[in-house]
Ligand binder design. Structure first.
Ligand SMILES: Cc1cc2nc3c(=O)[nH]c(=O)nc-3n(C[C@H](O)[C@H](O)[C@H](O)COP(=O)(O)O)c2cc1C
Length: 360
């Protein structure tokens, strides 16, 4: 480790956080990521980055009630991952209460209500960030979820439902009054695009308005960006979203840099092995055919900042089978034979499956 000192305010992110019986070792959390935050990817993030709290993809309360296999699969949990926050979306308090109960039964360490999703289909039913038009209703939902579980409970907000309507403070207060243990604030409005800079100052207004911890979210990717957001907002913790896609080391990097270290990052070969590890878990979880389709979009993230990333990404569309995908990774990253790869740097063995037999 080198010895430059980070600004003092950031160091609180390295301290434990206690939330209703749950002790997080630090304050660097994983964000819910629909389409990515499945069980395999959470295991990978846990193995290689150790976020203080993992997150599921958003799960439909109505879907859980209907018991369809696709929605129920989101409840999957494994002893191989760390504490997981289950995020639920919906508008009906009773349904949200039931879903909270189901998440707790499934092994959730915490439960979150989605009040930030800007996808039209979700908004049309009044859920996601549309809930932020009605702080009272958020309060009603949280109250029923509170009754359903003794687990840590939170809401994930944006700054408001649209850029003219700033309701984060009212929504956070309503959640607090109804029994939420913390709130997360993504520092953008409604459907605002990601190229709009995060408004840390607006998150600071929420921090000043409530007595429960506030987690700040938006554009955190390394130690300096975590420090900037935490300092400017005064938040108790930070949450990392896009930066952890194909980059499960993001959390370890932030911890390292906040502690004054310099991060060297994984080698291209380590990236490739982790990608193959990820693929193995995906194949076990969703079957080979779906895993191949899914891993192609994930692989593009893994290859970011690696030499020849463009050629690698272009070749991904031709990978239609597990064999062709694994061969493509090998050819590009020069990983060596999967079967005699060096596993000494890995924290835990692969889940087996595809890398150990099915392909040979
Ligand atoms: C692909 C993708 C999927 C997301 N899915 C969810 C979700 O299911 N629930 C949620 O509350 N936010 C979701 N978000 C928003 C993130 O959790 C996070 O608030 C946002 O990306 C800002 O953080 P970042 O700048 O660190 O990425 C998603 C974002 C992306 C890019």
């Amino acid at each position: 480790m080198s010895t430059h000192s980070p600004p003092p305010a950031a160091r609180h992110l390295l301290k434990p956080m206690h939330i209703r019986g749950l002790t997080l070792p630090d304050r660097i959390l994983m964000a819910p990521l629909a389409g990515y935050g499945n069980l395999p990817y959470r295991i990978i993030c846990w193995r290689y980055g150790r976020p203080a709290l993992l997150a599921t993809e958003m799960i439909s309360a109505r879907g859980l009630r209907q018991g369809g296999p696709r929605t129920t699969a989101y409840l999957a949990h494994s002893g191989e991952e760390g504490p997981v926050q289950y995020q639920i979306w919906g508008t009906d308090p009773a349904g949200l209460g039931e879903a909270t109960h189901m998440a707790a039964q499934a092994g959730a360490a915490a439960v979150d209500l989605n009040c930030g999703c800007p996808v039209r289909k979700i908004l049309a039913g009044g859920a996601g960030v549309a809930l932020m038009r009605h702080p009272d209703h958020i309060g009603r939902c949280v109250a029923v979820m509170r009754e359903a579980t003794g687990l840590p409970l939170s809401v994930k907000l944006r700054l408001g439902p649209d850029s003219r309507t700033s309701t984060a403070v009212d929504c956070a207060r309503a959640a607090e009054d109804a029994g939420a243990d913390f709130v997360t604030v993504h520092g953008r409005f409604g459907r605002e695009a990601y190229n709009v800079p995060v408004r840390a100052q607006a998150i600071a207004h929420v921090v000043a308005a409530v007595g429960i911890p506030v987690v700040a979210n938006g554009d955190v990717r390394d130690g300096p960006s975590a420090t900037r957001l935490a300092q400017a907002s005064g938040a108790d913790a930070v949450m990392v979203g896009r930066a952890c896609l194909g980059n499960p080391w993001a959390f370890a990097r932030i911890r390292c840099e906040l502690a004054g270290g310099s991060w060297s990052g994984p080698t291209p070969q380590e990236r490739a092995r982790t990608l193959l590890d990820n693929f193995s878990l995906l194949a076990d979880f969703m079957g080979e055919a779906r895993a191949v389709r899914h891993v192609r979009k994930l692989a593009a993230f893994y290859s970011k900042s690696v030499q020849g990333a463009r050629e690698f990404r272009e070749g991904l569309s031709r990978c239609t089978t597990a064999r062709s995908f694994v061969d493509h990774v090998h050819a590009h990253f020069h990983v060596g034979s999967i079967h005699d790869r060096d596993t000494s740097t890995r924290k835990t063995p692969s889940a087996g499956g595809i890398l150990h037999g099915q392909l040979s």
